[in-house]
Write a protein that binds this ligand. Structure first.
Ligand SMILES: C[S@@+](CC[C@H](N)C(=O)[O-])C[C@H]1O[C@@H](n2cnc3c(N)ncnc32)[C@H](O)[C@@H]1O
Length: 423
């Protein structure tokens, strides 16, 4: 096993049994019933050999230790070095929704995730959010879109029927998750090896879906799974920590700088939804923004290099429209800066700026950020001593965040936190 022998952690069976405790509060404060879940044991490469048990995973994990931490010897610095952490590949062949999933993460995050993977309690969560986790067009044979070739972009997804704004078009579980937070702690070659294994261990169906995803093809070392992850994943919060998630069907949707769809992620189920921002006509291509929407075209271009392409969306092909959009997005930034400086603000000025920024946000196809915007406005009013207006905008923010970010998103939790001061 790659991480054995040199492992400095205590790995006796007794030590292993002592680990039976929930360290993290992974589900967050929204879901009090989930605290009663039993806490799964930590599983890694060594515990699975010691105990012969690696449930709920289908295969014993493979792990690598993080790089040794180097520090200059000095008599002043007596703080102990943090322990080296393990990064492992965990695979389950049939999770709660019936699919296969491989996860590259630490044993602690994997243990905290185990109950979600076995049964996230979807009916309860649906009752909390007030709507089912199901695409509007059901069963899957009635999908309102098709996948076909697009000039200069590879494959893309196109509407086949009229789609109304706010329609849930896709609801998918991931096939691969990879820890991003602190990822540099491990040797790159070890991460590549674990990714390769994570891909190989998937059931056939998910393996094929994964391998069919787009590739940049720029890595001469030919680490295909790493290439696929870099080209196709979304940033998702798993056990409260940043991971990248591969959702092969959703990954077919191309990027646009003024998209017609947005994604909504639920950390309590790992489900990712694609929702229409606006009405979409048959024949129109579905699009998502891979980069944050509130940045200017040159910064977007820079960011999109990470996905390995030069954007050819409708906005980027139209120099005049790009200029107007940059001007509008720039103005949004300037207004947000004014919200930071409450000394110069009056209630009347706030009302005028709010109206202007709301209009601009909608014009720029940034409705997904409107909840965050109301939240900022709520904070500004509070700093100005306008409690009633602060509460009004805080409430509006939570309502929009529930819709655009998701009922259990961390952004919504921030909005709810803000509202606590008005209880
Ligand atoms: C997540 S995939 C999208 C689906 C992909 N077209 C396929 O064939 O599976 C991302 C890749 O699609 C292409 N792509 C997506 N959006 C694009 C855009 N706006 N302009 C040019 N290429 C784009 C790029 O090759 C990018 O690396």
């Amino acid at each position: 096993s790659p991480s054995s022998s040199s492992n400095p952690t205590n790995t006796t069976v007794e030590h292993y049994q002592k680990q039976k405790q929930c360290i993290n509060n992974s589900p967050g404060p929204l879901l009090s019933h989930l605290f009663q879940r039993t806490c799964p044991l930590l599983v890694d490469d060594e515990t699975s050999i010691l105990t012969g048990v690696w449930a709920p995973w289908s295969i014993p994990p493979t792990c690598f230790l993080s790089k040794p931490i180097k520090r200059k010897k000095s008599p002043q610095n007596k703080t102990p070095l943090p322990p080296r952490r393990k990064l492992c590949t965990f695979t389950i062949h049939s999770h709660w929704a019936g699919g296969g999933l491989s996860i590259l993460t630490t044993p602690q995050h994997a243990a905290n995730l185990a109950s979600i993977i076995l049964d996230p309690g979807v009916p309860y969560l649906e009752s909390l959010r007030g709507s089912p986790f199901r695409p509007a067009f059901f069963p899957p044979s009635r999908k309102p879109f098709e996948i076909r070739h697009v000039e200069g972009k590879g494959l893309g997804v196109f509407a086949t029927v009229p789609i109304k704004r706010d329609t849930v078009l896709m609801v998918n579980t991931p096939v691969l998750l990879q820890l991003m937070d602190g990822a540099r702690e491990w040797e790159v070659k070890d991460v590549f090896k674990l990714l390769h294994r994570a891909g190989n261990q998937l059931p056939k169906k998910e393996q094929v879906e994964m391998l069919q995803c787009a590739k940049k093809g720029t890595d001469r070392r030919n680490y295909i799974v790493n290439d696929i992850m870099e080209t196709n994943t979304f940033d998702v919060s798993v056990d409260g920590v940043s991971h990248s998630g591969l959702y092969p069907e959703i990954a077919r949707i191309n990027h646009a700088c003024k998209p017609n769809c947005f994604t909504r992620y639920s950390p309590n189920t790992l489900l990712m939804e694609v929702v229409a921002y606006k009405d979409i006509a048959p024949g129109e291509e579905l699009s998502l923004s891979y980069a944050p929407l509130n940045i200017l075209s040159k910064d977007r271009k820079e960011l999109l290099k990470f996905w390995g392409f030069e954007c050819t969306c409708a906005l980027c092909r139209d120099a005049e429209a790009t200029k107007v959009s940059d001007r509008q997005r720039n103005r949004i930034q300037r207004i947000l800066e004014q919200f930071d400086n409450t000394k110069n603000l009056t209630v009347e000025k706030m009302a005028t700026l709010t109206k202007e920024v709301e209009d601009l946000v909608l014009k720029e196809g940034m409705a997904g950020q409107i909840g965050d915007l109301y939240n900022i406005i709520g904070h500004t009013y509070l700093l100005m001593g306008e409690k009633k207006l602060a509460e009004e905008y805080g409430k509006l923010g939570v309502e929009k965040l529930r819709h655009y970010a998701g009922f259990d998103s961390e952004r919504t939790a921030l909005g709810l936190d803000f509202m606590k001061r008005f209880d």
